[in-house]
Design a protein around this ligand. Structure first.
Ligand SMILES: [Zn+2]
Length: 120
């Protein structure tokens, strides 16, 4: 994914957010500073999640499955290299309290059969 893709997606989402805040302000002319802050943060969290998701997926560390066995992540309990088991959506929570869904390589430990998403 190139920088242009990011720019396009992020620009259109931030346009939506900017006009959303403007609309909200028109509909709530007597909003307090706190209410305004909440309304803005709520919308910015969407952009933040989108940026995190796109940026995280662009990281080469997102895929360890093609690596040689001695390059693969280890089971934290057995220290055995994980066996790749395809990819699965992994849901993470952001600081903004939103779900961030990333397609991540999933692995199983050959010794204890624990399945996990290696960090990365
Ligand atoms: Zn194990």
């Amino acid at each position: 994914m190139g920088r242009d893709n990011f720019n396009q997606d992020w620009a259109s989402l931030s346009d939506d957010i900017l006009s959303g805040v403007y609309e909200w302000r028109l509909q709530h002319p007597k909003a307090t500073l706190t209410q305004l802050e909440i309304a803005i943060d709520e919308r910015l969290a969407r952009l933040r999640t989108k940026m995190l998701q796109d940026a995280a997926l662009a990281t080469p560390a997102a895929d360890w499955r093609e690596a040689a066995p001695n390059q693969r992540p280890l089971c934290p309990d057995c220290q055995a290299p994980l066996q790749p088991r395809g990819s699965q959506p992994r849901t993470l929570q952001t600081h903004g309290g939103r779900d961030l869904v990333l397609e991540r390589g999933y692995g199983v430990c050959p010794a204890c059969q624990a399945g996990l998403f290696p960090p990365g």
